[in-house]
Design a protein around this ligand. Structure first.
Ligand SMILES: Nc1nc2c(c(=O)[nH]1)N[C@H]1C(S)=C(S)[C@@H](COP(=O)(O)O)O[C@H]1N2
Ligand SMILES: [Mo]
Length: 198
């Protein structure tokens, strides 16, 4: 049942779905720093660290067995392209709460990804209903360029927060700018407020 349910990201219900300064594309551009990592799922792990008790490390098989959701969302890249009508399938970030206990001091999440990538989110942004760790885009397995085997999707923020090749999440009391946030991108990144650079 749960796997059939599609969560609609609220921005897809707007009358005008293109945020200010954005242009529509039907392509799916590829953007990242460094080269595409080739990931062997038999060695892939997902680590939950920081202000959690206990710390957890899941194998690919363990992660695959977690309950699944589907999310329908739009993509808004800070380089000004938007791509509407994307279907994702994977694990809701809320499932983390069933895997460990998040300590009350935790207020932020640092998402860790290959190769040496991080991005930071508040707990509210990370645990929003439409945020997921996805294996699929439009019913197809993610390609290596788009994050195989797994990426985060944060539909309500610019796409740089949607880390590809995710390796884990770290809960922290203090905010810590991630890779792009430390290189001039906005700390939050709401496309409707044009939070592009800081
Ligand atoms: N691991 C990793 N994830 C990343 C990035 C990166 O450099 N490394 N770049 C981000 C940026 S800036 C964008 S716009 C999107 C692009 O995703 P796409 O290549 O699937 O379109 O990935 C995001 N996730
Ligand atoms: Mo980007």
């Amino acid at each position: 049942m749960a796997s059939e349910e599609i969560i609609r990201s609220p921005d897809t219900l707007r009358k005008n779905r293109i945020p200010p300064g954005q242009e529509l594309t039907i392509k799916f551009p590829i953007l990242h720093y460094g080269s595409v990592p080739s990931i062997n799922v038999s060695r892939w792990t997902f680590t939950i660290s920081g202000l959690v008790e206990p710390q957890r490390k899941l194998t690919y098989d363990e992660f695959q067995k977690l309950p699944r959701i589907k999310v329908f969302s739009d993509i808004h890249c800070v380089t000004r392209w938007s791509k509407l009508d994307n279907l994702w399938e994977g694990v809701s970030t809320k499932v983390i709460k069933d895997l460990t206990r998040i300590l009350p001091e935790a207020r932020f999440v640092i998402v860790h990804a290959a190769p040496d990538f991080t991005t930071n989110l508040t707990l509210d942004d990370f645990f929003a209903d439409d945020v997921l760790f996805t294996f699929k885009h439009d019913n197809e397995s993610l390609t290596p360029e788009h994050g195989y085997p797994m990426r985060l999707v944060v539909p309500r923020l610019y796409f740089w927060k949607s880390a590809k090749w995710v390796t884990g999440v770290e809960f922290t009391a203090k905010d810590r700018p991630g890779f792009w946030e430390g290189r001039g991108y906005h700390n939050h990144g709401d496309p409707w407020l044009e939070e592009r650079y800081s």
